[in-house]
Design a protein around this ligand. Sequence first.
Ligand code: GAL
Length: 416
Amino acid sequence: MRFHWQRILTVCASLAITLIGQRCPTADAQSAELAPTPPMGWNSWNHFATKVTAADVRAAADAMVASGMKDAGYVYVNVDDSWEGKRDSHGNIHSNSKFPDMKALGEYVHAKGLKFGIYSSPGPKTCAGYEGSYGYEQQDANTYASWGVDFLKYDLCSYMDIMKLHDPRQDPQQALRMMQAAYKKMHEALLNTHRPIVYSLCQYGVGAVWEWGPEVGGNMWRTTDDIRDHYRSMALIGFSQAGLERFAGPGHWNDPDMLEIGNGGMTADQYRTHMSLWAILAAPLIAGNDLSKIDQTTKSILMNKEVIAIDQDKLGIQGSRIAPPQIWMKPLSDGSKAVALFNYVIDDEAEPLTLKFKDVGFGGAVRVRDLWAHKDLGVLHDSYTVTVPQGGVVMLRIWQQPSETGALPANHPAAN
Ligand code: GAL
């Protein structure tokens, strides 16, 4: 990537004198600066699936502002599968009757100070059977750019059939090379538009995408199969991210799929687990509920700014499991640490869990804040024991306390 940009910028610089007026790509499209922290927004799939209409997307953009989601940091409004219509005789893709005017929709989203996202596939068909980008990559990228698109989710789907067609023996190495080439092709097409477009790879983690996602231009990549609005699905996906930490960082994130918070299939405690785990994982926070009908509990979960701050911390370190059964920790840029204690077995009763501060690298006195209770717990020593509801979580932020005086550590938010 870096080499690629250097090359482009060098070429642009040398041509600048002779090609006055020619637009050089600034270091933007799919660069690390485009997703310095995990992208935040909303996507139509988890709630609306193939029923989504332009009116639903406009309502989501309205609600994003009115509900406070925008102020909390959510910015992308993403249309998932089922917007696609047919191609015309020139090969240009058009939206279907549910989306009468994509450019106008993009403008509507932008007028709210939000960004506009879209979905396609490297295959001839998307997963829901609509028109994919196979053979039309550059043309589609140009169309998206002309519609003001800022985010593309690119979903493998029927490209798997192309892989089988070209390699009936299904040699895994050959399949990997074809998949990488397909993702890179759209990456280059997006770069050629000179528009900054977050590139979200969706191929369910096949072929250890986290190892090559940045090379094909991905700003984020799905690490698993689809999430469902059930605790077991969410917990299985979330807790299985252990081990992928080193592949995430500013500009390129592991994506354990979009949020189900507010869709009704989990309890509030379980949704707090969902939000806390995704924040500890530095995962993209892409809400998937009907924002126009968001209730207070859902708001308090999706818009917990103290938890969002953990996800969005500028160090961009994906947290890891540091003690059994499910105690997770994420180091933060001010030297403090976020710790989540999950009572993940739903058949168990609420149970006391103990965090030993030495397990997260702190000795002596520490200052602790509970991020769901929004409460300072004061200066503590050695360990903290707390009862965690079943399927629920207690999420803490912990600072090393400089002395026994009770004075706030200099990096504590309330110290300044
Ligand atoms: C799946 C994808 C989902 C959604 C769906 C649309 O492959 O994982 O997130 O995009 O396709 O058809």
